[in-house]
Design a protein around this ligand. Sequence first.
Ligand SMILES: Cc1cc2nc3c(=O)[nH]c(=O)nc-3n(C[C@H](O)[C@H](O)[C@H](O)COP(=O)(O)OP(=O)(O)OC[C@H]3O[C@@H](n4cnc5c(N)ncnc54)[C@H](O)[C@@H]3O)c2cc1C
Length: 389
Amino acid sequence: MPRWSNWSGKQQSKIQAQHFVRSEDDAAGLVVACAQQGLRVRTAGAGHSHSQVALPDQVAVDLSGLSGVISTDAEQRTAWVWAGSPIYSLGRPLWEAGLALHNQGDIDRQAIAGATATGTHGTGATLGNLSSRVLAAELITAKGQRLTVTESSEPALFQALRTHLGSLGIVTRLQLQLRNAYRLHQRSWSQGLENLLPEIDSHIAENRHFEFFWYPQTDQAHAKIINETEADCVYPLGDDERLAWSYEVLPSHRPVRHTEMEYSIPAEHGIDCLREIQQLLKTRFSDIAWPVEYRTVAADDVWLSAACQRPTVTISVHQDIGADDEPYFRACEAVFSRWGGRPHWGKVNYLSGSELAAIHPQWSHWWQARDAADPEGIFLNDYMRSLQP
Ligand SMILES: Cc1cc2nc3c(=O)[nH]c(=O)nc-3n(C[C@H](O)[C@H](O)[C@H](O)COP(=O)(O)OP(=O)(O)OC[C@H]3O[C@@H](n4cnc5c(N)ncnc54)[C@H](O)[C@@H]3O)c2cc1C
C-alpha cells in the first residue's frame, strides 16, 4: 500500500492510490470514478502543512502537473494561475507582466492552492493573507463537474473557498488580486529581546514589513524590516540585506525540518502573549533552543481566516521533528487560547470542532456551504470529519 507523508514527516498515512493530475478532464474523471467506488479524495499541495489538513486517507491527488500562469490582466492587476503552481514559479512570469503578489510567506515552496487553503501569510500590518487576495476559482465538484466560483455567481461557496481546507473539491485554477511589480529593501539585525520589546510597535507602524525570531537560549532576537524602494536591484542577494524585486526578497530558505504551532492573537495583545510564551520557555521548557517567531497580518473578511475581522499578530513556536512536541505545544496552546488566539490551519493544534466553532464567527456558514457542495463528504479526510458540526 503506498504511503503519503508531509514535509516534516510527522504526518503520514497509508493510502489506496496516488493520482497525478495533468488535466482538468482527468481530475473530473477521477472524482466521478472515486464517487462510484465510495472512495474519498484528498488533494495536497506541497505537503508543507504540519497539521492533518492535507492528510489523505484513501486517494491522494497531486496537482503539480497543473502549474504556471494562465493569463494576466495588467489593467485590473489580476491573474489566473494553475492551482498546483509552486509560489516560486509565479514570481518571474508575473513580473514579466509588470505584476506581483501583495505579500508572500516565509518560504515560496507551497502550491498556491495549498497556501490559500490555510490562510498562509507573510508579515505586514497593512497586508492581508494570501486567501484574502483570491478573486475566483475553478473547482472540480463532488459530481465531477467544472465550476467557476466567483463572489457574484456563488456567494457562499466563494466565501468558503478562500480558506477551503482542501474540503470543497479539487481546485484547479485561481484568480488572484495582484499589484504592480515593486522592489523591496530588506535589512536585518540582532538585538536583545528586552531592548527590542519597547520598539516593536513603532517598527510595525513605520515599516511595510516587520518580523523577528527570538532565540530563547541566548535571549537575542533576529529582526527584519522591509520597505519599498525605487533603488536599483543589487545582486547577488545577501542574507541580512537585500534589494531586489518583491518575489526575490520576501522568501527565505528553511532547509531544517521541524514541526510548528502558530496562533493568531488580536494585535493589541501580541506583546503580552509573547511575554507569557517567554516565561513558559524560561521556566518549564528551558532546554528548547528553537526560536519563537513574531509577525503581523491585516484584518480581513475571509471565513475561517485566522485574521478574520481583527488586526493580528502571529506567534509561532517550533520543535525538532525527533522530539515529542506535544507537551510544549499544548502548554503554548493554553497561553495562546487565553489571549483569544486562533490556530493556523497548516500548523499543529489540538482544538476540537466545538472549540474552533467558538473562535471562528463564520464556522457554521463555512460548513453549510461545504456540505451543500459535497453532501457525501467525498472531499473530507478523517481530520475534517472529526471537526464537522
Ligand atoms: C518551512 C515552512 C515554512 C512555512 N512558512 C509559512 C509562512 O511564512 N506563513 C504561513 O502562513 N504559513 C507557513 N507555512 C505553512 C504553509 O504555508 C501552509 O501549511 C500551506 O497550507 C502549505 O501549502 P502546501 O502547498 O504545502 O499545501 P498542503 O499542506 O499540501 O495542503 C494544504 C491544504 O490545501 C489543500 N489543497 C492543496 N492543493 C489543493 C487543490 N489544488 N485543491 C484542493 N485542495 C488543495 C490540502 O488538501 C490541504 O487541506 C510554512 C510551512 C513550512 C513547512
